[in-house]
Design a protein around this ligand. Structure first.
Ligand code: CP
Length: 353
């Protein structure tokens, strides 16, 4: 494993080649991806590693949506590296933002996102932004328009802290955990991304990212989901290409039990999928009829002593049974811990320390 922090080897920006925006896990070069996950593992095993190395740097965090893990771990990672951070919550102690270009701003929002991001770029050396899906505008959510708008207006690197379609910090953390548990070569491991029940139609950032992450690691990935909740064909096709390039594969099934057979990892997540935009009533009915997709100890017993993974927060005994979460295969707390270590590595990368 490398002993020095990862340095940028390619830009993940599609808006400015000179900026190292971090918007999706699949935008990293292979070398950067490997360096980042190894650096995250190193941070986990040495909590003094590179302490204070970013003294004098400043990180601006903007949370348009709630967070427990992402906010705490980003603030902790910045503090470990010696960087200053400021956390803003628009509408709650900071101005509500207007997003529409050319808007006549005579309504609620007092500040345009263009000005807010322009100003914060003058104060900070990087910005971390959480801005979730609209849940109603499929085209905008599929294109990840809001986080891309932030990146367009920023003059410092933007780290996506979960957008409509991606959660790269979660993906990198999960990849580091998988590397630690299974070793460098993940190509012979079977990763099942299983849809799970939920009272609400959830957005696509985490399932898209879990799929891209496992594909990027070269694993054999099966997406188990009801036919009503297939992932977007474009996302599946991108993941297939990504996996193929790493010696892995991607497939889909509506047979959850068969998918769990011999799985090394069962990664549970609920999502609404394209149907929630096309026909919300049909999606709601289909979701309500699939409470039997809950992850149980019996389902996990079919796996190959598999890890249970979930990004959290999780609704106990709706998504997954207590017996799984409190059992020996559960890795969700390690996943959450890895957020801290992976984001230290990510900040070092962004700042080229
Ligand atoms: N997994 C995750 O991003 O958690 P939070 O929503 O609490 O930040």
């Amino acid at each position: 494993m490398p002993t020095s922090p990862p340095t940028p080897t390619s830009s993940s920006s599609d808006t400015d080649d000179d900026l190292q925006h971090v918007l999706r896990v699949d935008a990293f070069s292979d070398a950067t991806w490997d360096a980042l996950r190894h650096a995250a593992v190193q941070h986990r095993h040495d909590d003094t590693l590179h302490a204070g190395a970013a003294s004098g740097s400043s990180l601006g965090l903007i949370f348009m949506n709630p967070s427990l893990r992402t906010r705490t771990s980003m603030e902790g990672a910045a503090a470990h590296l010696g960087a200053h951070h400021t956390t803003l919550v628009p509408g709650n102690g900071s101005w509500d933002l207007e997003w529409t270009e050319g808007a006549v701003m005579d309504g609620g929002p007092a500040e345009h996102v263009r000005d807010a991001i322009g100003v914060l770029s003058r104060y900070h050396d990087a910005l971390g932004v959480r801005v979730f899906a609209s849940g109603t505008d499929y085209a905008a959510d599929e294109q990840d328009t809001l986080i891309r708008t932030i990146a367009e207006h920023a003059t410092v690197p933007v780290i996506n802290l979960e957008s409509a379609g991606a959660h790269p910090c979660q993906g990198l953390s999960d990849a580091a955990l998988l590397t630690e548990r299974f070793g460098e070569d993940l190509a012979d491991k079977t990763f099942v991304l299983s849809w799970a029940p939920h009272p609400k139609p959830l957005p696509m950032a985490v399932p898209n990212t879990a799929l891209r992450t496992a594909a990027r690691c070269g694993m054999d990935v099966t997406v188990a989901r009801p036919d009503t909740h297939a992932l977007a064909p474009k996302v599946m096709a991108e993941a297939e290409a990504l996996a193929k390039g790493q010696g892995g594969s991607v497939s889909a099934t509506s047979d959850q039990a068969a998918a769990a057979e011999n799985a090394d990892v069962v990664y549970a997540k609920s999502w609404g999928g394209p149907l929630m935009y096309e026909n919300p009533e049909a999606e709601s009915e289909a979701r309500a009829a699939r409470s039997d997709w809950r992850i149980t100890a019996d389902l996990m017993a079919h796996s190959r002593e598999g890890l249970f993974m979930h990004c959290l927060p999780v609704r106990r005994n709706v998504v997954v049974d207590d017996a799984v979460l409190d059992g020996p295969r559960a890795a969700h707390l390690d996943q959450a811990e890895y957020r801290l270590h992976a984001q230290k590595a990510l900040l070092e990368y962004v700042w080229s320390l």
